[in-house]
Design a protein around this ligand. Structure first.
Ligand SMILES: [Fe+2]
Length: 306
């Protein structure tokens, strides 16, 4: 695969300051006003001012100039013009209006953290010791990297064609009954999830944590500081297998702490599922709130506000 990472994204919001404060508290490091680093991934988020909240741009890492050339030619076949400049290829996705930049970048190598020693029936790994790392951690958990982004499209089939046939994303899973496609530009199960919607809006961004304890601790701290931030969690998704806990940022975007997402290295070994999972959105977790499926500000967004 020539695409190798979801490098960064840019979110537009009407009032950036409270949103910037939220993502600082979320665990991202603000290096300059509106620019945020993850622990492993470098600069992965920009917050900019925009008339309403929306996903403005994505950057995808690729290996070399041949990759840019291939995507440029494939996009031209779809009738979409892309702009080549130096080490990048820039193109606007026609349905969502998101600007996607393919950029030649080194691959991300994350340092592995040792798994927590955990006990189970017939499997005592941690003996004569408390689980200090889980129950008495010394450091606040930080997102290791950007995991995925979810946007609606008024024509998710056409948007999928743009990402898959044009840019070179792979399909990890799909739910045709809902018009949803889980797409990847790395080995992570989804990097981009397309869903149908009456208009294009950013549903959520997701940030990779070390493990479920880090998901729980980080989200619980955010909710303790402001209970109104809680959106949905803790749970485990049926598609992607990842743990999740969703919060709502001050602009209305959902932000997910996640861990243990499916990783696809050999596309031939992975069976793409094309059915509604029996467990629905979550293998387990609290009932999905209606406001998660249709955000509270959806009518205001439809009017071009907020
Ligand atoms: Fe997610």
């Amino acid at each position: 695969m020539s695409l190798h990472r979801l490098a960064s994204l840019t979110i537009g919001v009407p009032e950036p300051e409270p949103v910037r404060a939220f993502y600082r508290e979320f665990g991202l490091a603000e290096t300059e006003p509106g620019r945020f680093d993850t622990a492993d991934g470098g600069e992965q988020l920009r917050i900019e001012r925009a008339p309403r909240r929306r996903l403005l741009a994505l950057t995808v890492g690729v290996d070399d100039a041949d990759d840019l050339g291939r995507s440029g030619a494939a996009l031209a076949q779809l009738g979409v013009a892309a702009e080549r400049s130096g080490n990048t290829l820039r193109v606007r996705e026609p349905l969502t209006d998101v600007v996607v930049t393919l950029a030649i970048q080194p691959r991300l190598a994350q340092k592995a953290t040792a798994p927590l020693p955990t006990n189970g029936p017939g499997r005592s790994v941690r003996v004569d010791a408390r689980s200090a790392a889980a129950v008495a951690p010394t450091e606040k958990p930080r997102p290791r990297k950007l995991s995925h982004v979810v946007t609606t499209s008024t024509d998710p089939v056409a948007s999928r064609r743009f990402f898959v046939e044009g840019l070179g994303f792979r399909v990890s899973d799909e739910v045709p009954a809902f018009g949803a496609s889980f797409l990847r530009c790395s080995t992570d199960h989804p990097n981009v999830l397309l869903q149908p919607g009456p208009f294009a809006f950013l549903h959520h961004t997701a940030w990779e944590m070390d493990d479920v304890d880090a998901v729980g601790r980080a989200a619980a701290a955010m909710v303790a500081a402001d209970p109104a931030r809680h959106a949905w969690g803790l749970g485990r998704h049926a598609i992607g297998s990842n743990y999740f806990w969703y919060l709502r940022d001050p602009a209305g975007n959902f932000a997910e702490y996640t861990s243990d997402l499916d990783v696809i290295v050999d596309a031939e070994a992975w069976m793409v599922a094309s059915a509604v999972p029996a467990d629905g959105l979550a293998a387990w977790g609290p009932p999905v709130p209606r406001s998660f499926l249709a955000p509270d500000d959806i009518m205001a967004l439809a009017r071009g506000e907020g």
